[in-house]
Structure formats: structure tokens, C-alpha cells
Design a binder for this molecule. Structure first.
Ligand code: ADP
Ligand code: MG
Length: 371
């Protein structure tokens, strides 16, 4: 089921007497979510992810704009009639019911022509439990389950109605690191097996990048960029997106373009064809540095961190906008770091942004496809 968001906007009115101003939680969101895909809705806390999800679910009404499931306009449709499955961060299971009763609950509430007989309901509940691999826990109460198992029950409960659309709001936030990793792979597997169009909300860029077909990066209610995770990482539209994706994060410098040459501080780093003279902000991915005695970017090393496969050289540079510059170099060789370390920069790992606008400034591409 494809989902179309058309000029979707949510404005919350000011609250109380002393609070000033309305909150534009979601601002003119346009997107067609392709059928059967998993979409990662990504951004910092408060950027409007949940509000977007709640509007898709019908829990909140848009201030303006429309939502379509397939060709059906569902904007005015109630949550119960949208055919969605919802999973929240706090599993929200009924504590006095067993796992089986929790999963059955949405089916028992079906009315009229959707009503199912008892055996069909039990079969469906068992199938859903099997999908999330908790079929051996059906007779337990939620308090007798780990966090990860509880979240699986919540997912089974969302799947049991065979929803057209699965909506997950930070479903892994309450799990410890290892379980989070495992459960996100499970969610991906289940999504692929069922082919249900899924929107997955998270503030964790790595989580979104690792399981999504497409990611949508939001900031202050406004969509910044939509694309396949690798494409967005490799080709960020603006400084915010560049900084939000990637661990360790991108290195940011203040720089200047003068007569086709990019300067970072006094270092003439590289030629940048087709860019007018101006002040710029420069982003360099940690994997974008080559150690090179004749390199054009000169940093002062502080520390070398061994990470097994790679080493990370931590250094400083006067024009760096972060306290440290972090480069990731493979550990095939041993490095003796002296008073300074010189780098050449991989052309596809460096991005220029307008100093004020923070929008990407494109560097002209040569015929070999590189900048
Ligand atoms: P996210 O899920 O990305 O953390 P939300 O969608 O929950 O963000 O919130 C987006 C913005 O809308 C925030 O500024 C938040 O304070 C505001 N907001 C969310 N829900 C309400 C509400 N019911 N009333 C007023 N403001 C709200
Ligand atoms: Mg939220």
C-alpha cells in the first residue's frame, strides 16, 4: 500500500496565557511512500517525527494537507478504520492479560463484517507470535518478560490485524544496545516477509540507515532530504544532513574559496572548479583523509586511537569548528605521528556549504565522474 502525504502540516496552538506562539510541528510535508518499503523517519528530538506518524495513523488531525493510502483519501478516516498497526516506544501492553490475550485483543474488538470466529482468531494470534518468535511465551504475563520480549509482543499485536501499514515510533529506545541491534534486524526481516509498507521513526541515524529502504531527514518540522541511506550519506543536501549522518560525525571547518582554490585556514587544500569566491563551511568525512607527507591539509596530532581494523587519528586544526579533527585510517601500517600530520582529501568525501545558507555548494565534476 503506497502512502501519499500531500502538503501535510500540523500547527499546535499556543498553550495557556503566558506561552507565546504556535508550534509548527510539521511543515508542508510532501512524499509518496512506495508500496512495500520501509521508510526511516529520522531527525533530532522535537523535529516532528511522532506528529507525522500520528497524522498517518489518524491519532492526530492535520491542520492542512491530505493523506492517501493507495488512492483512498484517508485524511478524515478514524484510526480504527485505516487498517494500521501501531507500535510505540513503551510497549503499552495490558499488564493483567497474558501474551496471548494481549495479541488477541485487537481481533476481539473487530465489529460487523470484520468479526472473526474464535479459531481463526487463535490461528492469527499464533501466526503473529511465530513471526516475532514468542510463540513459546503465549501464557506469560508482560511482567514475566524481558523488555525485548515485551516489544515483540507489541509488534505481534500490531501485526495480528494484518495491517496495510505498520507505524513504529522509536520502538527500540527502551532496549539495551545488543537487543536493539537484534530487534532492528528482526523488524527488517518481518517487514520483508510481510511486505507491509512501514514507517519507522527514530532519532538514531545508524538505526535508520541500517534498516531503511529510504530515509527522510527532518529538522524543525521541515523535510531536509529524502533518499536511499547511502545516497543521502554520500550526497547531503545541506550542512545539517551532513552533520546528522555518520559516526564518527563529519569534520567541519571554516574555509574560503578564492580563485578556484579551497583554503582551510592557510592550507590550500584543493582546487574547486566552478565555485565563486566566498566564505564556506567545509565538511570532511572521517574516512576522507589519506595520510600523505605532501598532503595539503596540515593538522596537529593529539592522539591515535586503535580501533582494531582501523586507527583514528585525533588532531587539531585552527580552522576546525569542532574541538578535534578525527580521521579514520586503516591499520595495515603503523603510524609514527610527529608534530604534524598531513593529509590529502578524497574528493568525494569533502563537501562545501554556504557559510550563511548552510546549503550545499556543488563542485564541478570532471569527466571521470569525480569532483
Ligand atoms: P519528535 O517525535 O520528532 O521528537 P514531535 O512530533 O513529538 O517530535 O514534536 C514536534 C513539535 O511539536 C515539538 O516542538 C513538540 O513540542 C510539539 N508538540 C508535539 N505534540 C504537541 C501537542 N500535543 N501540543 C503542543 N505541541 C506539541
Ligand atoms: Mg517522538
Amino acid at each position: 500500500m503506497k502512502i501519499v502525504l500531500q502538503n501535510l502540516t500540523k500547527i499546535f496552538p499556543p498553550r495557556g496565557k503566558n506561552t507565546s506562539g504556535e508550534v509548527v510541528a510539521v511543515n508542508n510535508f510532501n512524499f509518496e511512500i512506495p508500496d512495500g518499503k520501509l521508510i526511516g523517519l529520522l531527525g533530532p528530538s522535537g523535529c516532528g517525527k511522532s506528529t507525522t506518524l500520528y497524522m498517518i495513523s489518524g491519532l492526530q488531525k492535520p491542520s492542512s494537507g491530505k493523506i492517501f493510502f493507495g488512492d483512498d483519501d484517508v485524511t478524515e478516516l478514524s484510526t480504527e478504520n485505516r487498517g494500521i498497526g501501531l507500535v510505540f516506544q513503551n510497549y503499552a501492553l495490558y499488564p493483567h492479560l497474558t501474551v496471548k490475550q494481549n495479541i488477541l485483543f485487537p481481533l476481539q474488538n473487530l465489529k460487523g463484517k470484520d468479526k472473526l470466529d474464535k479459531n481463526t482468531m487463535l490461528d492469527r494470534a499464533y501466526e503473529a507470535a511465530k513471526l516475532v518468535q514468542i510463540e513459546q511465551l503465549l501464557d506469560r504475563k508482560p511482567s514475566e518478560l524481558s523488555g525485548g520480549q515485551q516489544q515483540r509482543v507489541a509488534i505481534a499485536r500490531a501485526l495480528v490485524k494484518m495491517p496495510r501499514v505498520l507505524l513504529l515510533d522509536e520502538p527500540l529506545s527502551n532496549l539495551d544496545a545488543r537487543l536493539r541491534l537484534q530487534t532492528r534486524e528482526e523488524i527488517r526481516r518481518i517487514q520483508k516477509e510481510t511486505g507491509i509498507t512501514t514507517v519507522f521513526v527514530t532519532h538514531d541515524q545508524e538505526e535508520a540507515m541500517s534498516i531503511s529502504d529510504l530515509i527522510v531527514v527532518m529538522k524543525s518540522g521541515v523535510v531536509q532530504q529524502i533518499g536511499q541511506p547511502q545516497d543521502v550519506y554520500d550526497d547531503p543536501a545541506n550542512l545539517f544532513v551532513a552533520k546528522f549522518l555518520g559516526t564518527p560525525p563529519i569534520n567541519v571547518f571554516s574555509g574560503r574559496v578564492s580563485q578556484g582554490m579551497l583554503y582551510i585556514g592557510t592550507d590550500a587544500v584543493m582546487k574547486v572548479a566552478g565555485v565563486a569566491d566566498q566564505e564556506v563551511t567545509v565538511g570532511i568525512r572521517p574516512e576522507g583523509f589519506h595520510l600523505d607527507p605532501n598532503g595539503t591539509l596540515c593538522c596537529k596530532p593529539v592522539n591515535v586511537e586503535v580501533m582494531g581494523r582501523d586507527v583514528s587519528i585525533v588532531s587539531t586544526h585552527d580552522a576546525s569548528l569542532n574541538p578535534f579533527v578525527r580521521s579514520i585510517i586503516n591499520a595495515d601500517h603503523r603510524y609514527d605521528i610527529g608534530d604534524s600530520v598531513r593529509y590529502t582529501i578524497k574528493p568525494h568525501k569533502i563537501f562545501l556549504f554556504g557559510k550563511e545558507s548552510e546549503e550545499r555548494i556543488r563542485i564541478e565534476v570532471n569527466s571521470d565522474g569525480r569532483k
